[in-house]
Structure formats: structure tokens, C-alpha cells
Ligand binder design. Structure first.
Ligand SMILES: [Zn+2]
Length: 442
């Protein structure tokens, strides 16, 4: 028999050894307690049975909502009383069409959709930035260059038609009783400004949304809006102050056992708090962003914890977000306050170096010796100075693939692969763009 999901998480946390992915997209259901089920997907759906019907936390994404519902319907055919969104990211709200279809096809009313009051404005922002969101997700999840986004998929909205929006909104906190079960909803800033974590005393359970993801917190994402590390940590401390026995994040494994849960929550909270302290004190001493990005680090042992590995986001990006939150956009280097165009600077340097090929050759040598950061600057300049050079694009593709291989986070890997693919395309090479797991055509 397969190991129960709660035993798996206990084993990973207690031994510190991870021999399988904690983030599983199986669309399979596990019972976590009597009347509590979890379907692991991208993202998960947590369901609590009550005397008035089911209360679901999140709906999963547009491509997975239907499969999640199939699993849930094998477990219970009770109506969905409510659907609580932990936040407005597409992988949490995009599957709600399947919930709407489930209600309509059985002649039942739609679930009451509940979310924080910042959630609807978030969906409006996504509608205004459909193209941008598709571009950044194609890079982040698919390593695709922007050019692959032409055709019919680019016409479809980022937030699919028929996505259910909250009909019940709240500001700071809301307590509601459904079918004899009390749900205490709490607003939190963290990964987003519209997060809801819920304390369910009857089950001594927390639904945490993305405030805990079995990865280094997604608190730095280079292509997305501001995140809030200090407030994020505060929400984890609040969660740790409950009598929690069962902790259910929207990605990764659920965790059982009070002491185990609070040690994980406090560890993530202190890691974020320490980063903020280090960055802010460097800012207070007049350091530039570049000094801080290259000077502030997280203890490597912390980054090996099963639930803090930088496999999605990473500390370097969180540092930049802290700078943005507590300071301005300018990085402290005077020439970058009102910079020259990238191309003008590249042309000038290429000329000084004796040609764009010299720059690209030096970039290749540096990359071979592991100096990937500098190599990438030089190869970008070479390509800016000689955008039609097949030879330069071939080197650039190789350097960015080498860089990709040296990175741990999906975000870095995706962006560097996308750069490599841009150059493979410019050099006329064949390549197969990875399919985005958030593709709307799934
Ligand atoms: Zn998520």
C-alpha cells in the first residue's frame, strides 16, 4: 500500500531526507481526518464535510479542476456549500468552472464563493494584463521565448471565462459556521495581498494557502508584483499560536502533529525575518542593491530543509523584493538612474573590445570557467551589438543553457531557458518549447 500522505510528510520532516517530490500533482484524494479530504493537484483542493454540505478550499487550476472534481465525487456526492479561495492566483481559482459545471449539471445552486476583498481587484488586474501574464508564465514554467505565444492561445483570456468570483468578501477576519463546523478566516499579506488562511477548531486544522509551499517562500518572484515577507512571517507566527494538529498548504504535503507543524512554521518565519533584517540594515548603512544582492545570504543548511529548498523561488529574488518594498526602484548606481539604451552601451563596448565577436568569445571562456554571471552580461552585450550574428546567438544559447543547468530555482531555470531559446530561434536552430503547466489549452 502506498504511504499515507501524512506519514510521508512526517518522514520527510523528521529525517530531513526527501526521496520523492513533496509537490505531487496526482489528482488523487487522501482522507486526512474524518470528513476531511485533500486532492493533490496544481494547486490542491481541501474539502471539509459539514451537515450543510462540503466546504472546499480552492478550486485548483483551469486545466485540473475537472480531474479534481472527479476524485472528490468518488468520495462524496454532497453539494458544495462554499468555496473559499485562499488567494486569487489562477492555479487556485481557475478550476472553479468545474465546480460551477458540477452544480449546474446536478441542478444545485452554485457554492458560496468566499474570498478576501483584494481578490476581485486582483482578477481585474489579471484581465488588464492578460498578455503580460501569459508571457511571464510561459517563461517561468515553460522556458519559452515570447515569440511562441502567437496564435490562438494568445487570444484567450488569462482568467478563463466562467471563473467564479467571490460573492462573500471580508477585510481582516471573518468567522462563519457551516453545518455545525466553525471556520475562522484570517487575512494575511504574504505571497499576495489577498491571502486567506483558515483555522478550523473542530478539526484543529489550518488551511494555509500558499503561505507554506514546501519550497523557499515564493516571496521574490522576479516577474510579479510586490510580496510581503515580514507580514508573511507574522501570519506563520499567528498560525503557530493555535492548537493546530493538522496543517494543509495548497502546494506540497499536509503536515500532522502540533510540534512538527510549529517547528516548520517558526523556521520559515525566522528565515524571512532574518532576510528582512539583513537587507534593511544594509540599506540603512547605504549599501547599493547590487552590494546587498551579492552580500546577503541565507544559511545553506536552512536551504536544505525539506520544506525550504530554493527549487521554485530563491533568496536572491526575495532580497530584491525587500529592497523594492522598503526602498525605491533605483538600485543606487548613478549611471542606472537614467541609463543609456542597452544597445548603445553594447555597441560602444563591442567597439572598444574590437568587435562583438570578441565579447562573445570572452563570454564563452568565462562561462567555461564557471564565471556565469559576468559571461551572461557580456554575451547579452554581444547579441545587442550584433543581433543578426548566428555565431553569437549560438554561443548565447549555449551559455544560457549552461546557466540554466547551474541554477536550482524553477524561476531562474525558466528565464534562462527562455533566453537560450530566443537565441536558438535567432540562430535558426530547432528546439521544442516546453509546454507550460499552466497552459489554458490543457
Ligand atoms: Zn499556488
Amino acid at each position: 500500500m502506498a504511504e499515507h500522505v501524512l506519514d510521508l510528510s512526517s518522514r520527510f520532516i523528521d529525517t530531513g531526507r526527501v526521496d520523492g517530490p513533496p509537490n505531487r500533482v496526482t489528482h488523487e484524494l487522501s482522507e486526512l481526518a474524518d470528513g476531511v479530504a485533500l486532492v493533490e493537484a496544481f494547486s490542491h483542493v481541501l474539502v471539509v464535510d459539514t451537515d450543510e454540505g462540503l466546504v472546499a478550499f480552492d478550486s485548483s487550476g483551469p486545466g485540473s479542476g475537472g480531474r479534481v472534481l472527479e476524485s472528490l465525487r468518488r468520495w462524496s456526492d454532497a453539494p458544495f456549500h462554499s468555496l473559499v479561495y485562499t488567494h486569487g492566483h489562477i492555479d487556485h481559482v481557475g478550476g472553479s468552472r468545474a465546480f460551477a459545471h458540477d452544480a449546474k449539471s446536478s441542478g444545485r445552486p452554485l457554492p458560496n464563493v468566499i474570498g478576501h476583498e483584494n481578490l476581485i481587484p486582483r482578477l481585474q488586474r489579471y484581465r488588464a494584463t492578460t498578455g503580460y501574464n501569459k508571457v511571464i508564465n510561459a517563461r517561468q514554467f515553460g522556458g519559452s521565448p515570447v515569440s511562441t505565444l502567437s496564435g490562438t492561445s494568445s487570444q484567450q483570456p488569462f482568467i478563463p471565462e466562467g471563473t467564479l468570483e467571490p460573492v462573500i468578501e471580508y477585510s481582516d477576519a471573518m468567522t462563519t459556521e457551516i453545518g455545525g463546523v466553525e471556520f475562522q478566516l484570517h487575512h494575511a499579506l504574504g505571497e499576495t495581498d489577498d491571502h486567506t488562511w483558515t483555522w478550523i477548531p473542530h478539526h484543529q486544522m489550518i488551511s494555509a494557502g500558499d503561505q507554506f509551499i514546501w519550497n523557499f517562500p515564493n516571496c521574490g518572484n522576479p516577474q510579479k508584483v510586490q510580496r510581503y515577507p515580514m507580514e508573511w512571517a507574522a501570519s506563520l507566527r499567528e498560525m503557530a499560536a493555535t492548537d493546530v494538529e493538522l496543517f494543509v498548504p495548497a502546494h506540497g504535503l499536509p503536515i500532522a502533529g502540533h510540534n512538527r507543524i510549529i517547528s516548520c512554521l517558526n523556521q520559515v518565519a525566522s528565515t524571512l525575518e532574518q532576510l528582512v533584517d539583513d537587507v534593511v540594515s544594509a540599506m540603512n548603512s547605504g549599501a547599493t542593491l547590487n552590494d546587498i544582492v551579492l552580500g546577503v545570504t541565507v544559511d545553506p543548511e536552512v536551504l536544505e530543509l525539506p520544506y525550504l529548498r530554493p527549487l521554485y523561488d530563491e533568496p536572491e529574488f526575495v532580497i530584491r523584493n525587500i529592497w523594492r518594498l522598503y526602498g525605491g526602484w533605483w538600485d543606487g548606481k548613478p549611471s542606472r538612474l537614467k541609463p543609456a539604451s542597452d544597445v548603445a552601451l553594447a555597441v560602444e563596448l563591442a567597439e572598444l573590445a574590437g568587435g562583438a565577436e570578441t565579447l562573445s568569445e570572452r563570454a564563452r571562456v568565462l562561462a567555461e570557467s564557471g564565471e556565469l554571471r559576468v559571461a551572461c552580461h557580456l554575451i547579452d552585450m554581444a547579441a545587442d551589438a550584433a543581433p543578426d550574428s548566428t555565431a553569437i546567438h549560438e554561443i548565447r544559447a549555449w551559455i544560457y543553457l549552461t546557466r540554466r543547468a547551474a541554477e536550482s530555482s524553477l524561476m531562474s531555470k525558466g528565464i534562462f531557458e527562455s533566453a537560450a531559446n530566443e537565441s536558438r530561434e535567432a540562430a535558426g536552430q530547432e528546439f521544442e518549447p516546453r509546454r507550460s503547466i499552466l497552459s489554458l489549452e490543457e
